[in-house]
Design a protein around this ligand. Structure first.
Ligand code: SF4
Length: 430
């Protein structure tokens, strides 16, 4: 089956409507309790983190913003000196910080503040207790999931080297989901599994030419390239969304490590059957409905594949901010024929969307409410990153995330005809 392997891709460059890479801090700081994220940015960046992120998390903050004031932006003050002072004060107050990320933003990029050099300098000053790294979450070029990619890619060169064969899982999943993956791999006979990012600094995974790695998220292209440079080899597979994606992802790892079919089947048969049954219960709401993805997270082709093949939905347009043909090759082969688009020119895309009038539109927060007011049913793309959706046990939850807005609109319209267009009063996107 070749699916969308050779499908034409509509490439657009224009105004795009997405969160910036700073958003990744919201889930990364939970994953790495001994890390701290210092955004070097403006009051706008601080507001994004403190309002958008602040309402989504209930934990002691492990992030802050070093505000670039007007004097910095006008080049009247030495921003480097101020940064050094801020970091010294922070680390004196918080000696528990083992990993400090200097996170670049639009303002630091515009004034060309060299955060890579700043991180080198600060690393020397605060070693060995704290490792200082840098990456960019600037909204000029990054979408919200690229923040995680940039963060993980920044960690790779500093990882210890390994000579022996090992398996590395790459991507920040909630601890409980990561534990499920380890349990499945252990049942297949693969015990020595490390994860990037590690929960604690002293658990950093070792990488070498005998390392095989499996990506957990489709948006980790820069991290994959950084691992490739150290000689590690990617295990090519679809991503572990839904029963089929999870099985194919595990199967590829089993093949790479010489696990027998018998052992594989014994480890996966029960959770596989459970996932299929659970998804089938939700799929009734989704079957036959048409879905469009606007470009947000780079997860779009994988999610469209899951919705089409396991839930019976029909993808109309699958937009993605960036289509990595290597990493996505296995996904595209499974994705049924649809319009594939990369990048965004938002007005043109909205024109296509209105003409297509799908039953469900997966899009960013900024577009969802206006589209609801026009009578389209929407799902917030960002929720798919915050919610545990990987592997067998979450397969039905993943389907339910898409089913909920369709059910809600049917209830609001009160006619039991989900997907019918027409403004529904007092609807808020979810
Ligand atoms: S990095 Fe840029 S897009 Fe993101 S909050 Fe700061 S100014 Fe806005």
């Amino acid at each position: 089956m070749s699916g969308c392997t050779d499908a034409p891709v509509l490439r657009e460059r224009g105004q795009h409507e997405v969160f910036c890479g700073l958003t990744g801090i919201v889930w990364l700081h939970r994953k790495m309790p001994d890390a701290f994220f210092l955004v070097v940015g403006s009051r706008t960046c601080a507001h994004l983190l403190q309002s958008a992120a602040g309402v989504m998390i209930f934990a002691e903050p492990r992030f802050a913003t070093a505000i670039l004031e007007e004097g910095d932006l006008a080049g009247l003050k030495d921003a480097n000196e101020e940064l050094d002072r801020t970091v010294a004060t922070l680390l004196e107050r918080r000696p528990d910080i083992r990993r400090l990320f200097l996170v670049g933003s639009c303002p630091s990029e515009v004034i060309k503040l060299d955060l890579a050099r700043a991180a080198e300098r600060l690393n020397l000053a605060h070693a060995p207790n704290t490792t200082v790294l840098n990456y960019s979450g600037s909204g000029i070029e990054t979408t919200f999931t690229q923040g995680e990619d940039a963060c993980l890619a920044a960690m790779v060169p500093a990882l210890p080297r390994a000579e022996t064969a090992n398996l590395l899982l790459v991507g920040a999943l909630p601890d409980v989901v990561e534990d499920q993956a380890r349990a499945l791999l252990a049942a297949m006979g693969i015990e020595h599994v490390s994860v990037l990012p590690a929960r604690r600094a002293d658990e950093a995974p070792a990488i070498g030419p005998a390392t095989r790695y499996a990506l957990l998220q489709p948006f980790l292209g820069d991290t994959a390239a950084a691992l490739d440079r150290l000689g590690a080899t990617r295990i090519a597979a679809p991503f572990p969304f839904g029963e089929e994606g999870t099985t194919l992802w595990l199967r590829a790892i089993a093949d790479a490590f010489g696990i027998s079919d018998d052992r594989f089947d014994r480890a996966t048969a029960a959770p596989r059957a459970r996932a299929s049954r659970a998804v089938a219960k939700v799929a009734g709401t989704l079957a036959g409905k048409r879905v469009t993805f606007l470009p947000d997270s780079q997860m779009e082709p994988s999610l469209a594949r899951f919705l089409a093949r396991e839930c019976g939905m029909q993808p109309v347009e699958v937009g993605t901010p960036f289509l990595h043909s290597g990493i996505m090759a296995e996904e595209l082969a499974l994705l049924p024929e649809c319009r594939l688009s990369e990048g965004q020119d938002v007005d043109r895309q909205l024109d296509r969307l209105r003409a297509d009038a799908p039953d469900l539109t997966v899009c960013g927060l900024g577009l969802a409410n206006p589209l609801e007011a026009e009578g389209l049913t929407t799902k917030w793309a960002i929720e798919l990153v915050f919610t545990p959706v990987h592997f067998y046990e979450q397969a039905a939850d993943l389907a339910a995330l898409f089913a909920r807005p369709i059910k809600r609109r049917a209830l609001l319209l009160g006619d039991g005809a989900p997907g019918v267009r027409g403004p529904a009063p007092a609807v808020a996107a979810e």
